[in-house]
Design a protein around this ligand. Structure first.
Ligand code: XIL
Length: 376
């Protein structure tokens, strides 16, 4: 019979650490294991980096990131408004640093994102003519993918091209190039770096109508003989939705297309949604008030328990389908970095990640890790 000692030791370490939560410094948050080590061999564990993190402004934070995570996504700096600010000018200063960060820390480096209707520079969003768009589109994808050929491991080639009802979003790309722009983007990326993994990425990927739309779109790409390697489910989720069953259904449906599935932007909001809003349409904003911002100072224990249970349920499902899942990336390192403090309402305090403002692991962190201990 296997000894139960290591398990007991693990839990007493967890208890000791969680009961003196805020007093310990970053170094002591180590439990002897980390997210990346615990899930090693299952899937990559990633995080999204902001500029300060990429530029390694705080060595303690860098050390923390490299200890917990083995995959990175740039939260903003690789988007077209930053990397391609003018039609004839690319700016690779920070993206070079981002790629160097990943190399230095031996991480899986993800590129986010080539073609997206949002955070587009003005010059790109104002193109009306299809010939002009075609040339700009081709130059954008080819230049960026070639520049990082062999350095970046996977790309979000197209981000958020499908509406909630499954139809295609009327973006500037659809308007000027027609629906072929999607397959064309994948074709150009594959030509620029034949070995890099190419993903379609979107939010609300568990919504049945949207799921059907994404599947239709991916099948069209495949029928053209164009390479697509994966589907990214962003994973901007809530405490009570989507259900685990809906998430599972989607992982299975996407995977049955013969592509990898990645969870690319995971966070779990604990705050109320305006009008039951779902999804992550970045242009949507609502007014702040006390009712919508119930935990401005700290998250009550009862809510930490709910968040921990939700994360446990989510990761339990991911482990059941680890053969289909390539990567699970959190949208940020800790709660204070989270975009959810400003979306869809500005100036709130949300608690959607596994680490708090002081980089201390929350109950949810230990509960996620405990899944691996139980499996042993
Ligand atoms: C968000 C960033 O986190 C914010 O800092 C920025 O202001 C807006 O974009 N879907 C995506 C991500 O694909 O790029 C978005 O990131 C969140 C929704």
């Amino acid at each position: 019979m296997k000894s139960t000692k290591p398990i007991l030791l693990f839990f007493s370490a967890v208890f000791a650490l969680s009961s003196c939560n805020n007093k310990i410094n970053t170094k002591l948050t180590t439990t002897g294991t980390s997210l990346k080590d615990a899930f090693n061999g299952d899937f990559y564990i990633g995080t999204a980096l902001d500029v300060n993190q990429i530029e390694e402004k705080d060595p303690k934070v860098t050390q923390f990131i490299s200890k917990e995570f083995n995959a990175i996504t740039a939260e903003n700096i690789m988007k077209s408004m930053f990397v391609h600010p003018q039609k004839d000018k690319f700016d690779f200063k920070t993206t070079d640093k981002y790629v160097a960060f990943g190399k230095k820390h031996n991480m899986f480096i993800h590129g986010h994102t080539l073609i997206w209707h949002s955070q587009l520079p003005k010059w790109f969003s104002e193109i009306k003519d299809s010939v002009e768009m075609n040339a700009a589109f081709e130059n954008h994808i080819t230049t960026i993918v070639k520049k990082y050929k062999g350095l970046i491991n996977s790309w979000d080639v197209v981000n958020e091209a499908v509406n909630d009802d499954g139809s295609l979003r009327k973006s500037v790309f659809l308007k000027t190039l027609g629906e072929d722009f999607i397959a064309k983007a994948f074709q150009l990326a594959a030509a620029a770096d034949p070995k890099v993994d190419l993903y379609y990425n979107d939010y609300s990927m568990t919504n049945p109508a949207k799921r059907e739309g994404v599947i239709r779109m991916v099948k069209k790409i495949q029928e053209k003989g164009v390479k697509i390697d994966g589907i990214g489910m962003q994973g901007h989720w809530h405490l009570d939705r989507p259900t685990i069953q809906e998430i599972e259904k989607s992982i299975l449906a996407y995977s049955s297309l013969g592509v990898k599935v990645a969870i690319t932007e995971l966070d779990v909001s604990v705050l109320p949604s305006p009008f039951g809003l779902q999804g992550a349409e970045v242009s949507q904003r609502f007014e702040n008030n006390e009712k919508m911002n119930p935990y401005p100072k700290s998250l009550p224990d009862s809510m930490q328990v709910k968040l921990a249970q939700r994360y446990e349920d989510i990761f339990k499902l991911f482990l059941e389908h680890k053969d289909k899942i390539s990567r699970v990336t959190f949208w940020g390192v800790n709660d204070t970095q989270s975009w959810l403090n400003d979306f869809p309402i500005r100036g709130r305090t949300d608690y959607p990640l596994l680490f708090d403002a002081n980089l201390q692991p929350k109950k949810a962190y230990y509960q996620v890790l405990s899944l691996k201990q139980k499996n042993k």
